[in-house]
Design a protein around this ligand. Structure first.
Ligand code: ZN
Length: 91
């Protein structure tokens, strides 16, 4: 787990590195410098430095890659289903 302390209220936030890696893969930025974590206590957006959690991310890199692949597959399937639906409606 990645630990971060909220800059505003001082609450300790736990971040799942796999989840963070997936979120980062969704960003349009190729090499993001920060991950924006929302504090569950005060809703503040905390900028957590990627460099700071790089070793945690590297440790689960395979798991992240597998999840991202899974996510992209699901997205492609949803797209195909939508297209089929549109086709069915047109005919
Ligand atoms: Zn907070």
């Amino acid at each position: 787990m990645i630990h971060h302390t909220c800059f505003k209220c001082g609450r300790r936030i736990e971040l799942d590195p796999v989840f963070v890696g997936m979120e980062l893969s969704k960003l349009k930025v190729k090499k993001p410098k920060f991950y924006k974590a929302l504090c569950p206590a005060c809703q503040s957006t905390n900028k957590v430095s990627i460099a700071q959690m790089q070793s945690e991310l590297d440790a689960v890199a395979d798991e992240i890659a597998a999840k991202v692949e899974e996510m992209e597959k699901a997205r492609a399937e949803a797209k195909a289903a939508k297209r089929a639906e549109a086709k069915a409606k047109a005919s």
